[in-house]
Design a protein around this ligand. Structure first.
Ligand code: MF3
Ligand code: CO
Length: 299
């Protein structure tokens, strides 16, 4: 189902008023023409983004600063992760780097999530909770999902890591999941519907013999941890929100080696597993829609 919140036009403002985006420029010199274009799409019943999720250049710069820390975290994990370490140690690295920069981990206490990062091994799809007794071993694949708040601005991205020698099957899953982001990114263009991106990822995964998780997707991000739109990778083309410059969201498909069904752990209420016990892989990129394409903010 598609949202309906943005179908109604937003408040009209005068040409000489300050623009609603907070740029400090006059409306007529800033988003006036943009709004006229958006109104035309709205009349044609396109799902257009609400103003509150569009970022101005100053906000984008703040989000980039946050993302630098997120990237530093994932780079650090890449050079230190190995068999024998526990996922709680990864959490400690994340805490230390985050703290060093005066930032806050977005997952910590988020709806009760108890740690500063998600660590999801093998058949865990996402939202794995770091723990002392979860120790990495040769042949594991793990997603480390970091999200940082700096001065109130959010970044969110994740990568897969292979521990020592990994089976050819798992290696291919990890690689296809990574490539699926490149496939999706080709469709991130202003004035195109976001479902084109999701559908392309789905087709690519299925061509490779995999399935894509339906129930969990990406999200708008930047001013909040989770903003509109919700981003699906199991959707028809020519559906979903119109992408426009200033929109920012994550692309983070969860690609399963086996079937797409998942379940959430009864024990902790967070950890998401594949129903069939087969491995799952996910990479996450935070992307900004620009005037002529996209910019990667965090990866
Ligand atoms: N980084 C995850 C995301 O993509 C965070 C999920 S919420 C958590 O949205 F509490 F599980 F961390
Ligand atoms: Co995310």
């Amino acid at each position: 189902m598609e949202h309906s919140f943005a179908v109604e036009p937003e408040v009209k403002i005068g040409r000489n008023d300050d623009c609603w985006c907070g740029s400090g420029k006059k409306y007529k010199k800033c988003h006036y023409d943009f709004d006229a274009k958006l109104d035309e799409y709205r009349r044609q019943r396109f799902l257009v983004p609400p103003r509150r999720i569009l970022k101005n250049p100053a906000q984008i710069e703040k989000i980039r600063e946050s993302a630098k820390i997120n990237i530093e975290i994932l780079d650090y994990v890449g050079t230190h992760i190995q068999a024998g370490i526990s996922t709680l140690e990864i959490d400690e690295w994340v805490c230390a780097i985050t703290k060093k920069h005066g930032a806050v981990a977005a997952t910590l206490n988020y709806e009760g999530f108890p740690r500063s990062v998600c660590t999801s091994i093998n058949d865990i799809v996402c939202h794995g909770i770091p723990a002392k007794d979860v120790v990495l071993k040769e042949g594991d694949i793990i997603n480390v999902d970091a999200s940082t708040i700096l001065n109130g601005y959010f970044s969110d991205s994740s990568r897969m890591y292979c521990i020592g020698e990994v089976s050819a099957d798992k290696k291919r899953l990890v690689e296809v999941a990574r490539q699926s982001l490149d496939v999706g990114l080709k469709y991130v263009q202003p004035w195109r519907k976001i479902g084109d991106m999701g559908a392309a990822i789905h087709e690519f995964a299925v061509e490779n013999g995999y399935s894509v998780v339906k129930q969990i997707g990406g999200h708008g991000v930047g001013l909040e941890f989770h903003e509109d739109p919700w981003v699906s990778y199991v959707c028809p083309r020519n559906t979903g929100m119109l992408m426009v410059p200033g929109m920012m969201f994550t692309i983070e498909p969860m690609i399963n080696m086996g079937r797409d069904e998942i379940y959430i752990s009864d024990e902790d209420g967070w950890t998401v597993y594949t129903e069939d016990g087969m491995p799952s892989a996910q990479w996450e990129v935070q992307v900004l829609v620009t005037q002529d394409g996209y910019e990667i903010i965090s990866y």
